[in-house]
Design a protein. Structure first.
Length: 327
């Protein structure tokens, strides 16, 4: 679900980047797509059950509208028709598999949908790098801003998950402490993304020799790791808050710790693609968070959260000291 919905959203960032923002075609496309994706979202909880076809058909409609926007941009000379036709084929195949798969259930549905997502993701990568590089001009400020806003939305969802986990429980010292810890983890991820490198990455993209390729790799592909990390963490923190005094099960603990580790790993990959520099500190922090996962199997949920906070705090202090030394 994360992979598919992320790809639809990311696709619209690209198409809007190549389209007149005041044009009627873009506005109509956004309104219709908003309605369709809203129904898609409503179907998500039961997408692998009774509402699979609702999910598949409305989602495919959004992807086809995206192709229509790109075709219109190409007609206006703002995008390459050769590149659009190339990944348009994979969109059609992927969406056909998605719709066909919705009429099955169990493993068959899952396998067909995995294939649909894989083929759709492979579309731009399937193009030669030269053809993809000529897809369109990149309006850097708009592009980087949209991806940053999506990260903020996901972080907001993790805060909502904290509130949902706490609902129905009387406030006490343990619950308040766990809420504070969960919010500090969210702040730590926000700090990691926005403190320095979000603006640095935008500047790097502006000066890049091949901005389309850099944007495709760093934002469209690598950012799915960041988004997935935040959402998976939100699943874990919801359970942790709801059972703050009890040890977390392996799955919930893995969500809480593994989500943060995935986010940090994705951020290191993002920086590597944009600057060529490998951030060992972030990879070490990701490893540290997974050590917390391994070491807190029998500990109360709040202790697991505390361990993650300590790792993120150490990373933040280290990066702040690095900035100070450079200044």
């Amino acid at each position: 679900m994360i992979a598919l919905i992320w790809w639809a959203w990311s696709a619209f960032v690209w198409a809007a980047n190549a389209t007149d923002p005041d044009g009627l075609s873009l506005r109509v496309a956004l309104v219709v797509s908003m309605i369709l994706i809203f129904i898609t979202g409503l179907a998500v909880p039961h997408a692998f059950g009774a509402e699979a076809t609702w999910f598949a058909v409305t989602y495919a409609g959004v992807r086809f509208i995206h192709l229509g926007l790109y075709a219109d941009a190409s007609r206006r000379g703002n995008a390459s028709w050769t590149a659009i036709a190339g990944f348009g084929v994979t969109v059609l195949i992927g969406m056909a598999l998605l719709i066909v798969g919705s009429f099955f259930d169990g493993a068959t549905l899952a396998l067909l949908w995995i294939a649909a997502a894989a083929i759709d993701y492979a579309g731009p990568a399937w193009l030669t790098r030269e053809r993809l590089a000529g897809l369109q001009e990149v309006a850097v400020a708009h592009f980087a801003e949209r991806y940053g806003l999506f990260i903020i939305i996901c972080l907001g969802e993790s805060i909502v998950a904290t509130g949902v986990g706490a609902s129905g429980r009387p406030l006490d010292v343990e619950l308040v402490g766990a809420i504070v810890l969960s919010l500090l983890i969210t702040v730590g991820m926000w700090w990691t993304y926005f403190d320095r490198f979000a603006a640095d990455a935008e500047e790097q993209l502006r000066r890049h020799d091949n901005p389309v390729l850099a944007a495709a790799d760093a934002y469209s592909y690598i950012h799915v790791l960041l988004v997935a990390g935040i959402i998976v963490f939100a699943v874990g923190v919801k359970v942790a808050i709801a059972h703050v005094d009890d040890p977390l099960g392996d799955a919930a603990r893995l969500c809480l710790c593994g989500g943060v580790a995935l986010f940090l790993t994705g951020h290191a990959a993002f920086r590597l693609r944009m600057t060529g520099q490998l951030e060992i500190a972030k990879l070490a922090a990701a490893l540290g968070v997974m050590i917390v996962f391994a070491a807190t199997g029998s500990a109360a949920a709040w202790i697991t959260a505390l361990g993650v906070v300590v790792v993120l705090l150490a990373l933040t202090i280290r990066e702040a000291a690095e900035v100070t030394s450079r200044a």
